[in-house]
Design a protein around this ligand. Sequence first.
Ligand code: FAD
Ligand code: NAD
Length: 472
Amino acid sequence: MNNIECDVLVLGGGPGGYAAAIRSGRLGLNTILVEADECGGTCLNRGCIPSKALIHAGLKFRDLQTMATGPGVLGLSLSSKPSLDVGHLMDWKNGIVKQLNGGVNALLKNANVTVIKGWGRFIDGKTLMVDTTNGEQAVVAKNVILATGSVVSEIPSLPFGLSVMSSADALNVKEIPKRLIVVGAGYIGIELGVAFHNLGSKVTFVEAGGRILPGFDKEMTAPVERWLRNEKIEILTDAKARSVKPGKKQTSLDVVTDKNDVQTMYAEKILVTVGRQANTKNWGLENMAVDMDGAFIKVDKQLRTSMNRVWAIGDVTGEPMLAHKATAQGERAAEIIAGHKREFNPLVIPAVCFSEPELVAVGLSPDDAKAKNIDIISAKFPLDANGRALTQSYDKGRGFIRVTARKSDHVIIGVHGVGVHISELSGAFVTAIEMAARLEDVADIIHAHPTLGEAFPEAAAAALGQPLHMMT
Ligand code: FAD
Ligand code: NAD
């Protein structure tokens, strides 16, 4: 096959790579995207979207189950137990993924991006050999964007297969396991563990650290831990999974605790969610002169690697490994290649965990600020005092919004929230910080009643010592 030449070659079609390709194509650059799988990457095909579909189904199923045990506080009851058709649930979830895959492909086409399907391998800094179904295709580019993402981390003594599942396996189960052990209570473990609990599994968490969700501060994770304990979900902290032994019906898992005790646990399935690693293998990175930052590709504020006209974006460039960060980097990289004066330099990147209740972290927590020797004022507004929170949850408001601001000028440097549906407020929190809002600005903004959003100005007002719906 003849070589194909282009202005911009993007390797990897995840939320980073496809966004870069669309932007690049729309800016008039002759763009090629190489993707081995479906466009949309980890996030769309086996991450963010399918997991949120299962989480949503789990919440609905749990509500129905509550109604089947008699009229709860909502006065709703069901005369028989609800049933779950796992095949139907997977079809619905796969349908959403397919619809979004179609949307991404249509956008790439609309931006005049050529998509080449196949595994790519660089033989030098600007030449990629793609293993397509019609043979090997060479692509020679003026500019390269590396967007190869991340891959799941495996515990060598707990290899994936049979009863040990990765997150991708868990999103495609044929039946809901009666007993499930989740190894690693970080983002994925908690989100999927809670979803499986709500769908009917008896779940146990095994977490190496001292508490669940170590990426979020203790005050935020306390309501999640309370919810898990109320649901009688077992949480083993300071405990590491050591080895598995498959049995006929149940698999046994040996767990070592911090006191060096070995505890043997049994389950039908074990879900291992102990992190993700940059995808830097088997695509010829060693044939490029690209500096690394530990396990990740090193980039500067313009997302340039150490190699001339080679950029890198998304999970392969390091933490936080989040889809929205990858997308923003993709857009910036394309604009910079097109000659625009841009850089990737956000003040904050929001982090959301779709747990029960949900968590949102934007910017510095009070402890982060203290560690940086920043003098702060900070206050929390409890969602128990927010009408909308109470009307959408029968377990009380269960959460809060916490605002942290610099003492000197009241500029907001952190907003953290815990609560049912609180993820939807993450945009408001980021906007306030990116626009350098002060406590007074947010406290004075009129929010519609009754909405969760009202708790944000209340928290800002509380930090000023003037909350309305809180005792002073
Ligand atoms: P990826 O999405 O990993 O895409 C990389 C793409 O490159 C892949 O499609 C891969 O096939 C392709 N590729 C790699 N090498 C080659 C090659 N040599 N040739 C051809 N193609 C190649 N993030 C959030 O922000 N919110 C969430 O709710 C969320 N939930 C998640 C849930 C789960 C279960 C998981 C696993 C992840 C979740 N994430 C979430 C993280 C999110 O999926 C990633 O941060 C995001 O997908 C990173 O985007 P990316 O473009 O850098 O890489
Ligand atoms: P994570 O880093 O969030 O959590 C991994 C957990 O496993 C940690 O708590 C760690 O202490 C624990 N652990 C490590 N080794 C262990 C062992 N041997 N035994 C027991 N526990 C062990 O990683 P993850 O949950 O796999 O998620 C990977 C990444 O995907 C996240 O960092 C995040 O960037 C992204 N993600 C984001 C979202 C979201 O935005 N809502 C959702 C899912 C995933």
